[in-house]
Design a protein around this ligand. Structure first.
Ligand code: GLU
Length: 441
C-alpha cells in the first residue's frame, strides 16, 4: 500500500516551499491510489500553535489537497516514551548532562583546532553511578541516539544512489532535558506505526534521513523509500527564507492566485517540463512523475505563476466566471467580459474594469483643453464599429499628431489607462453620453 505523509510543524503559516512538499506527496498518493496522511508535528509545545495548524489545514483544503487521515504527534507522547525506554534498554540511546553552554564551548574549541564540531560522546562514558549522581543533584538528562559510524546508503527517488558518512555527524538529540521529544525519533516511530511507504521531503532533511535510516534499522523496521526534493530559491538563486517574506500561501491567496495555477506551477517547477496551466487537478495527477524532478535548486518565479493565473482567468467563459466568483455581483454582461478578458488576471482587475466602464473615472493626466478639442471631432450620429476609426482620422487631419499618439491620449482620457481592451468596442459600451462627459468634465 502506498502511504505518504505531509508533516508540517504548526509553528507558522504554510510557505510555498513546504506547500510544494505537500503537493508532491499528495500527487504521489493520488497517482498510485495511495493514502495521504496529514501529520501535525507539534511536539515543540513552545512554538506550536493551534491557529497555525488551522491555517495549514485551510491552505491545504483550499488547494484541494484533501488528506485521508490525520495524526497529531502531541497525541502520541506515551507511545514515544515507551519506545524511548526500549531503546535505552538496548543501549541505543544514552542520557547526556552537558548544558547548552558546555556544548557550545566544546564546539568552539573543536572548530578553533580545525576539527569538525561533532559531539565527543563524553556522556557515553558515564557510569551508572555518575548518572545517579547527576540526577540526585537535580540535573535532567537529554538523550542522544548512538549512531553507527559507517556509511549509510539509499536509493533516492530524486537524487538517485545516495550515501552519507555518519562519522561526520553528532549523535542526534532525540529528547530534550525538559522531556520534549524531538522530531528525529518521533517521526520514525510514526512512520513505522503508521506504515509509511515513501517519504518525500526537502533536501534540507538529507542528514536527518541518514540518521533516521539507522534508527529504522535499529528498530528492526523497513526503511520507507525516500525522495529529497531540491530546495526552492528565488530567481536569483537565493534561499526562499522567511526573510524574503510574501510567499506564504495566505499571501498568494490574498494576491488572488488560483489554486489550479499554483498546483500547476509547483507540479512543473524544478522539472524539465514546460510550465503550463493544467485543466484540473486530475490532469496534474495523471501527468505527475516524481522522477521528473531535478536535483538542481528549483527557482520560484512569481511572474510565471502570475502568467498561469492570467491564463486561468482569461479562459473562463462568462458562465464559468460567474460560478468561480459567485460572491461577486457582476455588473458586466457577457459582451463586456469578452471584451476585457484578455486584459485581466484577477477579480480585482475585473472589478477595476467594471468601475471604469460603469462607474466614474478618476482624474486622468490628459490635458483638459486637449480633451475638449478631442470631443469636437467626435463623428456625428450613434456609435458604431466605425466610430473610433473615423474619430481618430478626423483628429489626425486637424492636428499635428500621429495616429498612435492620438490613440493613446484618447484611450487614457476615456479609461485612465495607457493599455486595455479594444477601444472601438469599448466606446460603444461606454456610450456617447459617457464619452462626452469624460472629455468635457
Ligand atoms: N516537521 C518536519 C518539517 O516540517 C517534517 C519533516 C518530514 O517530512 O519528516 O520539516
Amino acid at each position: 500500500m502506498v502511504k505518504l505523509r505531509f508533516a508540517p510543524s504548526p509553528t507558522g503559516n504554510l510557505h510555498v516551499g513546504n506547500f510544494r512538499t505537500a503537493l508532491i506527496n499528495f500527487l504521489f498518493t493520488q497517482k498510485y491510489n495511495g493514502h495521504f496522511l496529514l501529520r501535525i508535528d507539534d511536539t515543540d509545545i513552545e512554538r506550536s500553535r493551534v491557529e497555525f495548524e488551522k491555517s495549514i489545514k485551510e491552505d491545504l483544503s483550499w488547494a484541494g489537497l484533501n488528506w485521508d487521515s490525520l495524526v497529531k504527534q502531541s497525541d502520541r507522547l506515551s507511545r514515544y516514551k515507551q519506545v524511548l525506554e526500549s531503546l535505552i534498554e538496548k543501549e541505543l540511546v544514552y542520557p547526556c548532562f552537558e548544558t547548552p553552554e558546555e556544548l557550545s564551548l566544546k564546539r568552539k574549541s573543536q572548530l578553533s583546532s580545525g576539527k569538525p564540531p561533532v559531539y565527543d560522546r563524553s556522556s557515553l562514558k558515564l557510569s551508572l553511578k555518575d548518572i545517579e549522581g547527576f540526577k540526585s543533584e537535580g540535573k535532567k538528562p537529554h538523550y542522544r541516539f548512538l549512531l553507527k559510524h559507517e556509511t549509510v546508503f539509499w536509493n533516492d527517488m530524486v537524487r538517485g544512489d545516495s550515501k552519507y558518512n555518519m562519522g561526520n555527524i553528532s549523535d542526534p538529540i532525540i529528547v530534550r532535558e525538559d522531556g520534549r521529544f524531538i522530531y528525529t525519533l518521533a517521526s520514525v516511530i510514526d512512520d513505522i506505526d503508521l506504515k509509511i511507504s515513501h517519504i518525500i521531503r526537502g533536501e534540507d532533511h538529507v542528514t536527518n534521513s541518514a540518521a533516521q535510516i539507522q534508527i529504522f534499522n535499529s528498530m528492526g523496521a523497513n526503511v520507507p523509500i525516500m525522495g529529497h526534493l531540491s530546495l526552492m530559491t528565488d530567481i536569483k538563486g537565493e534561499g526562499l527564507s522567511k526573510r524574503t517574506g510574501g510567499l506564504s500561501i495566505k499571501d498568494l491567496r490574498n494576491e488572488e492566485i488560483e489554486s489550479l495555477s499554483l498546483n500547476s506551477y509547483l507540479s512543473l517547477a524544478g522539472t524539465s517540463e514546460n510550465i503550463i496551466l493544467k485543466e484540473n487537478l486530475k490532469e496534474i495527477i495523471s501527468d505527475f512523475d516524481i522522477t521528473n524532478f531535478n536535483r538542481a535548486p528549483t527557482k520560484f518565479n512569481y511572474n510565471d505563476l502570475k502568467n498561469l493565473n492570467s491564463k486561468y482567468i482569461q479562459k473562463l467563459d462568462y458562465e464559468e466566471l460567474k460560478l468561480r466568483f459567485a460572491n461577486h455581483e457582476f455588473k458586466l454582461e457577457k459582451n463586456v467580459w469578452d471584451l476585457i478578458r484578455a486584459n485581466v488576471s484577477s477579480l480585482n482587475e475585473i472589478q477595476e474594469w467594471e468601475n471604469i466602464i460603469y462607474g466614474k473615472l478618476k482624474e486622468t493626466k490628459v490635458d483638459k483643453s486637449l480633451k475638449k478639442e478631442f470631443s469636437k471631432y467626435l463623428p456625428n450620429g450613434e456609435f458604431d464599429d466605425e466610430t473610433w476609426r473615423n474619430w481618430i482620422n478626423n483628429l489626425k487631419e486637424n492636428y499635428d499628431m500621429n495616429k498612435g499618439e492620438i490613440f493613446k491620449l484618447l484611450r487614457e482620457a476615456l479609461t485612465g489607462y495607457k493599455a486595455g481592451p479594444e477601444m472601438s468596442s469599448l466606446i460603444i459600451i461606454l456610450g456617447k453620453e459617457k464619452v462626452l462627459e469624460r472629455l468635457n468634465n
